[in-house]
Design a protein around this ligand. Structure first.
Ligand code: UD1
Ligand code: CA
Length: 432
């Protein structure tokens, strides 16, 4: 289309109904703050600038935004204090927004489900509507309660949006609602945003009144119908946060399955945003896989496995039932099949970690690392006190407690409590 776009994200609201000390837009959603999803919607438009409108003291929102966007777009922040409505919020954003883009898109920070395709639809119809146009995204809701209603003239053209609290008896029956997603010609936005009035039930400046202003001036104002109204779900409560979490989880699962990952039971599988999984890997039921985890090809995970941050499973490795791993690597072809805790464990290739093995990584003050060499065989119920090294081809007997002072050489067998050398390095390492 050749048009340039800047994006305003409204995120100054307190989120009172969440009953949480965390700002609403920073509530966690599939392994990252809700705002991450909204910033991605903005970034998909390759914007000239992103302006985030924040409430007083939202240093955390600012810090997260800077970290997330990095150098992918210019970012500005506008503090809105006090908060006098969505129109007022956009007024506060104007200095940061500038006028170096043709089009301004306004998004609300509590709508994480919106897809980039829907924004593209909004922008292409906005571009087709002619010069000095505005476009507003709408949808049909079975229950339109709390949403602004779309009022149309007899010829079907949109006239205005009316907030629920300002609706007449009759208007309350309208099921076509404003989703809170807009595209404005930049010049039009700068010209009209100062004309908003607060003569409404809430005494606020409503961004939605921009529609009426355009219609009165005879400028093109269009309503763009979203394909899937589910994308318009706003998050005002923890219950709604849980609802949208499920939708985002389903999208994450679809993405992995399209990549050839077998997820046996999506309903009981939790995979955060930002997880890499190779083709041919099987994720069995009841697993929790946190952001940043990397799983190779042909692996087997679960059932009932918990993969926390910093975990790498190399190709063809197995992390089986009732295992937890954190900041650990399981090398190619290695197996920890039952009841194991891998904490700060760097395991080489084709090692076998027996049932009930615990990497005791924490001494009460610090976490320490343990290295396990290729082909090592860790007997069932072994406790390895970190820091430690279990070299290639060595073996620990069932129930061994390997203290940090153990000095195991490659191929040796150690057993007991505390573990002592049982046999020298004559034995061939078992790798199965
Ligand atoms: C708004 C729309 C309504 C629409 C609905 C869709 C207006 C007047 N109403 O209502 O037509 O159907 O969204 O979800 O726009 N915010 C600020 N500063 C403010 C007020 C709000 O930054 O002064 C931010 C909030 O943090 C939030 C967004 O704007 O992210 C929307 O505000 P909210 O109060 O939730 O608007 P709704 O009443 O839901
Ligand atoms: Ca809302």
């Amino acid at each position: 289309m050749g048009r340039s776009t800047s994006v305003v994200i409204l995120a100054a609201g307190k989120g009172t109904r969440m009953r949480s000390a965390t700002p609403k837009v920073l509530q966690p959603l599939c392994g990252r703050p809700m705002l991450g999803w909204v910033l991605d919607q903005a970034l998909a438009l390759d914007p000239v600038r992103i302006v985030v409108v924040i409430g007083h003291g939202s240093e955390k929102v600012e810090a997260y935004t800077r970290e997330h966007v990095g150098d992918r777009s210019r970012v500005e922040f506008a503090v809105q204090e006090p908060q006098r409505g969505t129109g007022h919020a956009v007024q506060c954003a104007l200095p940061g927004l500038g006028d170096d883009a043709d089009t301004a898109v306004v998004l609300y920070g509590d709508m994480p489900l919106l897809r980039p395709e829907s924004l593209e639809l909004l922008l292409s119809q906005h571009a087709d509507a002619g010069p000095r146009a505005m476009a507003i995204m709408v949808g049909e809701f079975e229950d339109p309660t709390a949403y602004g209603r779309i009022v149309r003239a007899e010829d079907g053209s949109v006239q205005e949006t009316v907030e629920e609290r300002d609706c007449s008896e009759e208007q309350r029956w309208i099921t076509e609602v404003n989703l809170g997603i807009y595209a404005f010609d930049m010049g039009l936005l700068h010209e009209n945003i100062g004309k908003l009035q607060d003569d409404n039930a809430q005494g606020e400046l409503y961004l939605t009144d921009m529609l009426g202003l355009s219609v009165q001036a005879g400028l093109p104002a269009i309503a763009v119908e979203i394909d899937d109204v589910g994308e318009g779900q706003g998050v005002n409560t923890l219950a709604q946060l849980a609802e949208v979490r499920w939708d985002l989880q389903a999208r994450i699962h679809e993405m992995h399955m399209a990549n050839g990952v077998r997820i046996e039971d999506p309903l009981t599988t939790y995979i955060d945003h930002g997880v890499t999984i190779g083709a041919g890997t099987l994720i069995q039921p009841c697993c929790v896989i946190r952001g940043g985890v990397t799983i190779g090809e042909g692996c087997e995970v679960g059932p009932f496995a918990h993969l926390r941050t910093g975990v790498v499973l190399e190709n063809a490795s197995v992390l089986g039932n009732f295992c937890e791993a954190k900041n650990s690597t399981l090398g190619e072809g290695s197996k920890a099949k039952h009841l194991t805790y891998l904490g700060n464990a760097i395991v080489g290739k084709k090692a076998n970690i027996g049932a009930g093995t615990v990497f005791a990584n924490y001494d009460g003050k610090h976490k320490h690392e343990t290295q396990v060499g290729d082909g090592a065989f860790i007997g069932s119920g072994t406790v390895i006190v970190a820091p430690n090294t279990i070299p290639a081809g060595s073996t620990t007997g069932a129930g061994a407690v390997v203290t940090s002072s153990a000095d195991i050489q490659p191929g040796e067998v150690w057993a007991g409590l505390p573990a002592r050398r049982l046999r020298g390095a004559d034995k061939k390492p078992s790798t199965d």
